[in-house]
Design a protein. Structure first.
Length: 375
């Protein structure tokens, strides 16, 4: 049997070519979407069952893949997706059940669904389809919306975790201690929903404080709530652009950040897919736990530096050894904290905290002696 590489290319449609490719596909069309980062048996079984919905009528399965920026906005971790959008598309195109693969760069595929107008829209997992905007859209032209459960026991996140786990514990590298740093109010001035580099201003001494913690052996990890994404004030692409600029600036000043973890959610957000309660928005410990698992960190011997009670609470919930408070212009930082939120120490800023922790004499005028935590 001779395999033609062009067969795969013909099954992948860039947005500008989508209309032309759709014109060649036999109806009815069933459409689904996802990241499909590391394809596994659960994915293959799900896609096969989706294709079977129209197979008897000679129909076609269309798979829409999150672009890389769109996938990063799902909060699966700073190194996800592991495979690029084109690599993921090629793997999917290799499945006999898949007729066409295309892309979408928004949080949801609603706009793409409106452009394709499938006869059936399929979602994988235990979704209440009646609550989804995708369902309301597809029904406008008489289409159906169906949920197909995934095969139990298969998860990309679990698979990635297994791959990263060392097989032989005897040769496992030692866990590293980390300094978990809140961003707004600790690293930069909290001007409310900062998302442009021209509005990003470092807190006095912040870079030097990070450098001192790094020199003391701490892996630097940023953990930040970014509810502006859920509120629709800026996009994931804008957030990522700022983050990359920040990491580049820090690297130029000799500071390496091992990872940046952000929560895009808020229960009262205006972006439907991000307006939810989650386990990653501080004071929940999810961001810290993601970093611990991905980076091999010794959480008990790590520290956190934050300017709000939610930072300290997240550290306690995650089992971080010590959690320090610094002052900022954020109202939550300036008000009296409740008695249940007691930080390990209270400093004027990150540099003062780092100076004390690294046993350096606070000769820098930006550093200050720790004060007692508020009652």
């Amino acid at each position: 049997m001779t395999l033609n590489r062009m067969t795969l290319d013909a099954k992948i449609a860039l947005p500008q070519d989508l209309a032309e490719r759709l014109a060649t596909l036999p109806r009815p069309w069933v459409m689904t979407n996802g990241v499909f980062d590391v394809l596994h048996r659960g994915h293959v079984s799900y896609l096969h069952r989706a294709a079977e919905l129209v197979a008897s009528e000679g129909g076609s399965l269309i798979v829409a893949v999150n672009t890389d920026p769109s996938a990063r906005g799902l909060g699966k971790g700073p190194d996800r997706p592991l495979n690029t959008e084109l690599d993921r598309a090629y793997v999917l195109a290799g499945l006999e059940s898949v007729a066409l693969v295309t892309f979408f760069d928004t949080h949801t595929p609603v706009e793409l669904i409106q452009a394709i107008r499938p006869d059936i829209y399929v979602k994988g997992g235990d979704y209440d389809m009646e609550t989804l905007e995708e369902t309301r859209v597809v029904r406008r032209w008489g289409g159906q919306s169906i949920a197909l459960p995934f095969v139990d026991g298969f998860s990309t996140t679990a698979l990635v975790k297994r791959i990263r786990q060392p097989v032989f514990k005897a040769v496992s590298p030692p866990l590293r201690k980390a300094a978990f740093l809140d961003r707004d109010g600790v690293i930069n001035q909290d001007k409310a929903y900062v998302h442009r580099w021209e509005d990003f201003v470092f807190m006095p001494g912040a870079v030097e404080g990070m450098r001192r913690l790094q020199e003391a052996g701490y892996a630097l990890v940023i953990v930040t709530n970014q509810s502006g994404l859920a509120r629709g004030l800026y996009t994931e692409a804008e957030y990522q652009t700022l983050t990359q600029r920040l990491l580049s600036e820090l690297e130029q000043q000799g500071v390496k950040v091992e990872g940046v973890y952000h929560c895009p959610h808020h229960p009262k957000g205006s972006v439907p897919e991000l307006a939810l309660a989650c386990d990653c928005r501080k004071p929940a410990p999810g961001l810290i736990l993601q970093a611990v698992a991905a980076l091999g960190l010794d959480v008990a011997n790590s520290i956190l530096v934050g300017d709000k009670p939610s930072d300290i609470e997240a550290a306690r919930a995650a089992g971080v050894g010590k959690a320090y408070r610094v002052d900022s212009d954020n109202p939550e930082s300036r008000t009296e904290w409740g008695g249940e939120v007691v930080p390990t120490g209270h400093f004027a800023n990150l540099l003062a905290c780092a100076t004390e922790l690294t046993a350096a004499r606070p000769t820098d005028p930006l550093a200050s002696e720790p004060s007692n935590p508020p009652a």
